[in-house]
Design a protein around this ligand. Structure first.
Ligand code: DTR
Ligand code: CA
Ligand code: ZN
Ligand code: ZN
Length: 441
């Protein structure tokens, strides 16, 4: 019998674990946990004035026009763009740093701006690449993201925001040549500094003329912050599926930093279903992607406004919310064999002593050892039988093991009761077992 150790913040509870049967799963329960501290309310972000964001775009357009028509790495227009953004941040009270690097034999620049204050061990960072391709001014790609975070940074200064986290903003060079500037930044950041970054938010193309509203599906809390904002506007969003590796968030994700971001689309064509959802036409989200026509006329104002406001919402929400101490934890670490291409099995925790409903951000820790994890369907089953799919079957996901924490909106469920992790292997060959199941309220 494997006695699972239910843990709660700051105390060890008495417990008993009842093994039911190896195949059907196991059950653990815990003594009543201490009530978690109520999370502090986050401050509401101000509206980001669209006119200000558009003025930044007009200024970047002027810079491109005065420098051979572009703001590309190694060209005068890029350095002029860096100087323009830096001057505004210096005037607003930021501590700015220009980081130089060399690529293709020419000097590149990253601009880092730190807002004084906040917990230096909890850094919330927002970034956007400032370079364009050489064929044009790069106003949507990526003047839009650069201007959106610039105006948000200026709004932080106007509000003299004193967030619990330390805020940092980054404008990257040479993204168009392969995420060069952001990779240089991350690679030259000591691991002790990397571990202080609690999240990196990326904004690359947020004003596309035929916009979609895409949210990166990386860190669940960041994703939920953005999805919640757009839901509040009544604007449907979709998961950004082609984003992996396609912009500067990849540099941070690759070293284990939680990431998220927003995107309004590039050369892909908007489907008729998406036209139903967002309006526009069944043409490219941005027909001027990487073209000379990516000018100030290549912007959808509504998309730019909504996304700029979403940036501010995320900075205010993620930056000022003091992270509440973790709630009670219930865990079952008994191994449960998963029959190959067979019946579902479960691992169960009996939750007791938690008043009311489960939270909208119930953390579900899943630890499954299994080759070719695509065979598996993984569900969370609430005490009343409601099923929350955590991971669907995938014929192509050949990676091993499912070891991650899902965030589930379980606010419609009573907290107390028997919660089950249900796993079914739905394809022959490749086997494994449930190694652990944990709920954090
Ligand atoms: N690679 C980016 C544009 C881009 C294309 N797909 C995505 C997805 C998510 C973010 C950005 C992009 C560029 O050309 O800068
Ligand atoms: Ca706005
Ligand atoms: Zn871009
Ligand atoms: Zn680009």
């Amino acid at each position: 019998m494997n006695l699972s150790v239910p843990r709660r913040a700051g105390a060890v509870a008495a417990f008993t674990a009842l093994a039911v049967t190896a195949l059907a799963g196991t059950t653990a329960s815990a003594a009543p946990p201490a009530a978690p501290a109520a999370p502090s309310a986050a401050l509401a972000a101000p509206d980001i004035p669209l006119a200000n964001v558009k003025q930044h775009l007009a200024d970047l357009q002027s810079i491109a026009t005065a420098n051979g028509g572009n703001r590309a790495h190694g060209r005068t227009g890029y350095k002029a763009s860096i100087d323009f953004v830096k001057a505004k941040l210096d005037a607003a009270g930021y501590t700015t740093t220009v980081q130089q690097f060399t690529y293709n034999g020419t000097t590149g620049y990253n601009l880092i701006a730190d807002w004084p204050g906040g917990d230096p061990n909890q850094v919330l960072m927002a970034g956007a690449h400032l370079d364009s391709v050489s064929s044009g001014a790069g106003i949507n790609d990526n003047g839009s993201g650069s201007a959106g975070i610039l105006e948000t940074a200026l709004a932080v200064a106007r509000a003299n925001l004193q967030p619990s986290k330390h805020l940092r903003f980054g404008w990257w060079g040479a993204e168009e040549l392969g995420l060069v500037g952001s990779k240089y930044y991350v690679n030259n950041l000591p691991s002790s500094e990397r571990s202080k970054i609690s999240g990196y938010l990326n904004f690359d193309m947020i004003g596309s003329p035929n916009p979609g509203y895409f949210v990166y599906d990386d860190d669940p809390a960041i994703e939920q912050t953005f999805k919640g904002y757009f839901a509040g506007l009544g604007v449907p969003t979709e998961i950004e599926t082609e984003g992996d590796g396609r912009s500067d968030h990849a540099s941070f994700k690759n070293v284990g930093i939680p990431v998220g971001g927003l995107f309004t689309g590039a050369s892909r064509v908007k489907t008729s279903a998406q036209v139903q959802k967002w309006g526009g036409t069944t043409t490219a989200f941005d027909r001027c992607y990487h073209s000379s026509c990516d000018t100030t006329s290549n912007i959808n104002d509504t998309a730019l406004d909504r996304n700029s406001d979403a940036i501010a919402h995320a900075i205010w929400t993620l930056g000022t919310a003091t992270t509440p101490p973790p709630g009670p934890v219930f865990e079952n670490t008994a191994d449960v064999a998963i029959p190959d291409n067979g019946a579902a099995v479960t691992s169960t925790v009996n939750v007791t002593g938690v008043t009311g409903n489960a939270p909208s951000t119930l953390k579900v820790g899943v630890d499954i050892i299994h080759t070719w994890r695509g065979d598996l369907v993984v569900d969370l089953v609430a005490p009343d039988g409601t099923v929350y799919n955590l991971k669907p079957f995938s014929s192509s996901d050949s990676a091993d093991n499912v070891q991650t924490t899902y965030t589930v909106n379980a606010s419609s469920e009573l907290a107390n009761g028997a919660w089950k992790l249900r796993v079914q292997d739905k394809a022959a060959q490749d086997t494994g077992y449930i190694n652990g199941f944990k709920l954090t309220f």
